[in-house]
Design a protein around this ligand. Structure first.
Ligand code: ZN
Length: 119
């Protein structure tokens, strides 16, 4: 009833920018800021001798992020499953065969046009 502390503190953000800066012994680092198309800004620390990648997966949303704040890489398109035709072909029955064949031919033609031949 007396639910005072309702805040859920599941996420503990680790080392901030100052957290591990002055450790002394560790290899010198450089921080690189990446921007994703969701507007997230992610600071990633690299060893100074490391090659800095042009893209980095946004740790917040997983989208690719780039170092150019004005031109974040576009979100990759997620391809829909292409297995519809394949599964239809595997369990065709006599009754459905013709309809499926017609459908398959249409699909096949479309795929042939796209340069993708299945048979
Ligand atoms: Zn993001």
């Amino acid at each position: 009833m007396a639910g005072g502390g309702s805040a859920i503190r599941g996420s503990r953000v680790g080392a901030g920018p100052m957290g591990e800066a002055e450790r002394g012994e560790s290899a010198p680092r450089q921080t690189v800021t990446y921007f994703c198309s969701h507007g997230h800004r992610s600071v990633v620390a690299f060893a100074v001798e490391a090659a800095i990648p042009d893209e980095w997966d946004c740790p917040k949303c997983g989208l690719p992020a780039s170092r150019d704040a004005d031109n974040p890489p576009p979100a990759p398109k997620i391809e829909p499953y292409k297995t519809h035709l394949a599964s239809v072909k595997e369990r065709r029955s006599d009754a459905e065969a013709k309809d499926i064949l017609d459908e398959a031919l249409v699909t096949l033609r479309a795929k042939r046009k796209a340069g993708e031949i299945i048979f």
